[in-house]
Structures are given as C-alpha cells and as structure tokens.
Design a binder for this molecule. Structure first.
Ligand SMILES: O=C(O)CCC(=O)C(=O)O
Ligand SMILES: [Mn+2]
Length: 195
C-alpha cells in the first residue's frame, strides 16, 4: 500500500495502513513484546503519583535524554529490529530519526491522554513517524482553537502515520480507552531530537 496524504489544515498528516505486511508486523509484534525492556513508571499529575496507563521504553543511538511528562527517560540502545525499522523508515521518508519512544498498551484500558509532541528538543515543526502493531486502536486529533473538526483514525496493525509541518503547534492527539479491546498494541514514534 502507499502513503495517503490526509486532508488537514495547519499541519501535515499521511497514513499508510499497510506499511508492513501482516507477516512482518506479526513477527515484529511478538519479538518486541517479548524482548523489549518494558518499564512501568509513575507519573506525577497535580502533585499525585500514578502508575502510567501503559508501559514504555525509550531507545536512541546517542546519549540523548528525553524529558516527557515530568519524566526524564534515559536512553537504551536500539533493539536490532527497532534499528532495522528506523533505517527502513529513513529510506522511505527521507527524514533522519535519532530516538524512538515505544509504548505498550496492554489492552483497551491502557491509553494516552491529549497532548502535542512539542517538547523543546524536537524543534519547531517535528517530523514524527509512528508505527502501530497489534490491536487496531482509535487515534484522535483535535485542533487547539477548535477551528477545524476533530479527526479520528483507526490505526491498523503494520500502519505508518506521519505527522509533520505545523501539526504539533496547532493540534493535540490522544489514544482513548476502548474497553472491548483485549489485545495489546505497540506504538513506536521515531523522532529527531536536537541536543
Ligand atoms: O500510541 C499512539 O498511537 C500515540 C503515541 C503518542 O502520541 C506518543 O508517543 O507521543
Ligand atoms: Mn504523541
């Protein structure tokens, strides 16, 4: 399948629902579920500590720490399959990535709240490549000043979503709870961090 440019104002969004074949996506999902050093961290929200509603890990090739939701993530080195995927994405998108945040949603109760990927180390208009594996989940976007309608995408097993241009300045995104989903999902967001 091919990358489809989605209609959106104030940013760029493209989606390839079949970026990886089912066979590739199945193998990658099983290997990453079993082999990544998953962390279950606490987050502090309004002074109260909560377990995050997902597991995660963070990998980069250089010594780049990532500040994210009051957490400083120390980089691990790339898993061989993650590095292979990074190189493949770089060849396809023409972008460079030097870090990847990987989230594991154990089932439909795990989620990510509304946010933009606008940490200062990402620079002004980051190009972010997001790969989804496992359960199909809904990914929502909302414009910060409500001047455009909300968008809901279903992200398939093996899909690639590219977020670029001014998207992170104008839009927020989230991964809402879906109570009926009992299968896990892994999402990898490849990014370029400026040090
Ligand atoms: O799981 C997803 O599809 C989104 C993850 C996300 O927004 C992030 O890691 O910043
Ligand atoms: Mn995000």
């Amino acid at each position: 399948m091919a990358l489809e440019v989605l209609p959106i104002v104030d940013g760029q969004l493209s989606l390839d629902q079949g970026f990886l074949s089912i066979k590739q996506a199945d193998a990658l999902l099983q290997q990453l579920l079993a082999e990544l050093p998953w962390r279950h961290d606490h987050l502090t929200v309004f002074g109260k500590s909560h377990l995050m509603p997902r597991l995660h890990c963070y990998q980069s090739e250089q010594n780049l720490n990532y500040q994210y939701s009051n957490l400083t993530l120390q980089p691990q080195s790339y898993h061989a399959k993650v590095l292979q995927l990074k190189r493949y994405l770089e060849a396809v998108t023409g972008q460079s990535y030097n870090a990847v945040l990987i989230n594991l949603y154990r089932d439909g109760l795990d989620k990510m709240g509304w946010h933009s990927d606008d940490e200062p180390e990402l620079g002004n208009n980051p190009s972010i490549a997001s790969i989804s594996l496992g359960a199909q989940r809904c990914f929502k976007l909302r414009h910060r000043d409500k001047s455009a309608a909300d968008i809901a995408l279903q992200l398939n097993h093996g899909s690639l979503l590219l977020m670029a241009g001014e998207l992170q300045q104008h839009w927020q995104h989230c991964l809402p709870i879906r109570k009926k989903i009992i299968q896990p999902r892994i999402n990898l967001t490849f990014r370029y961090l400026y040090s």
